[in-house]
Structure formats: C-alpha cells, structure tokens
Ligand binder design. Structure first.
Ligand code: ZN
Length: 225
C-alpha cells in the first residue's frame, strides 16, 4: 500500500475556529462528514468543533436535524452552557471512536468490543429519538418533536452510521491518501478507484509531494555517485 507511513499515536490536536462550508462535506454521508470535522489526523490534526454552537452550525449545514430542533438546542445551549460543553466532549469521544472503528474496517481488522458498544449506545438513543408514523400509505420513521437533547447529534450520527454507512460494501469506504488529511469518504465512482477526498486539493498535493520526493531522491543519488 502506498503512503503507508506508521501513524503517530499521540499527535497534538489543535482546536481551530472554522466556519463550515459545503466544501467540507465530501464524505458522501453526514456520519462521515462528522468524523471529518477533524482534519489532518495523519500529520497535524485540527479539530474544527470549537464549541457546541459550532456543532449546531455544522448540523444545520448537513441538514442532520430539522430547524425547529436546532433552534431549541441553540436556545438551551445558551442557558445551560456547561451541559452543552459536556455533550460536545461526549460527541468528540464518539467521533474519535468512529474514526478508529472505520479505519479498522478499511484495513480489514475487527473493531474492539468497547467501540461497537459505544456505537450501539448512541444508535439506540438515535432509534429512541424516532417515532413511527403512518403517512400516505407507508410507515415512516420520523424524529420526535420532543427529541431535542444535547446528545441528539451524536445519536443521529450513530443512527446514520448503522443504517446507511456500515451496510455499504466495505471496499467502497476509503481514507483519503492525501498528505495531512485522513478524511473518510464513500467511493461512489463507477470505477471504484477514488483515492482522494478532493482531487483538486489532496490529489494534486500528493502528486507534487511524490514529484518532490522523486527529484530529491535523484539529487541524492547523484551526490552519492
Ligand atoms: Zn484529502
């Protein structure tokens, strides 16, 4: 495998103030985009969730929750900042667990039981936040109106992960091979050979890095002659 550098275990994660935009949504599902709110896990990790309000901003951008629930959570976060901050911490623990779990799946290793147990916990909370309603001849799952809980975003991520991401063919789940990225994405290309989160960003960066490495190697071997 190319770019198979050993992962540094204790990289310092820098919290960065980052206004989210649609360019940050490349995962193919909100559950993967949530994991991608940390970028550069392979080199210099930056965590873009600098507050609970930022998590809400992100959830609004990906349309994870209806607007009335997002507004209720924003109001409550202002009056209960400590509880909101604690929920953000729990969401981040879950996010890092998901990254480790999916990285394991991509490399073909079985996830530790504790990781699956944490996913199950959030997934069950996600199911409980739904009700089943009969509508237009069908039974549909819908978020309950009273589901506005600080942990609802993590619950919904778990729900999406189990319902939509994990059932996908595992060879379609990828980690970007670009330098200082490690974003996860679903390869839905026809040929199934997508290697980069974004060709224009990571594809070109990786190519120029390889070019640089090759030319440095050439210079070195000339010196050795
Ligand atoms: Zn990338």
């Amino acid at each position: 495998m190319k770019n198979c550098q050993p992962m540094k275990v204790h990289l310092q994660v820098r919290i960065e103030s980052h206004p989210f935009s649609t360019g940050d949504l490349i995962g193919g599902d909100a559950a993967l985009d949530f994991i991608n709110t940390v970028t550069g896990r392979d080199q210099s990790p930056r965590d873009w969730l600098d507050s609970y309000m930022r998590l809400l901003e992100w959830a609004a951008l990906v349309r994870l929750l209806p607007e009335n629930i997002l507004r209720a959570l924003a109001r409550r976060a202002k009056t209960q900042p400590k509880a909101a901050a604690a929920a953000l911490t729990r969401a981040k623990v879950f996010r890092e667990t998901l990254f480790a779990l999916l990285k394991g799946i991509v490399s073909g290793s079985a996830p530790p039981k504790a990781m699956v147990a944490l996913l199950r916990e959030h997934w069950i909370a996600g199911i409980s936040a739904h009700e089943l309603r009969f509508d237009d001849g069908r039974v549909v799952a819908e978020l309950r109106n009273d589901a506005a809980d600080f942990d609802l975003i993590a619950s919904m991520i778990a729900y999406r992960m189990v319902e939509y991401v994990l059932p996908l063919p595992k060879d379609r789940l990828r980690i970007c091979q670009g330098p200082n990225c490690s974003w996860l994405f679903i390869d839905s290309s026809k040929a199934g050979r997508r290697r980069w989160c974004d060709m224009a960003v990571c594809g070109n960066a990786a190519k120029s890095r390889r070019f640089y490495a090759r030319s440095r190697q050439r210079r070195k071997s000339r010196r050795d002659e």
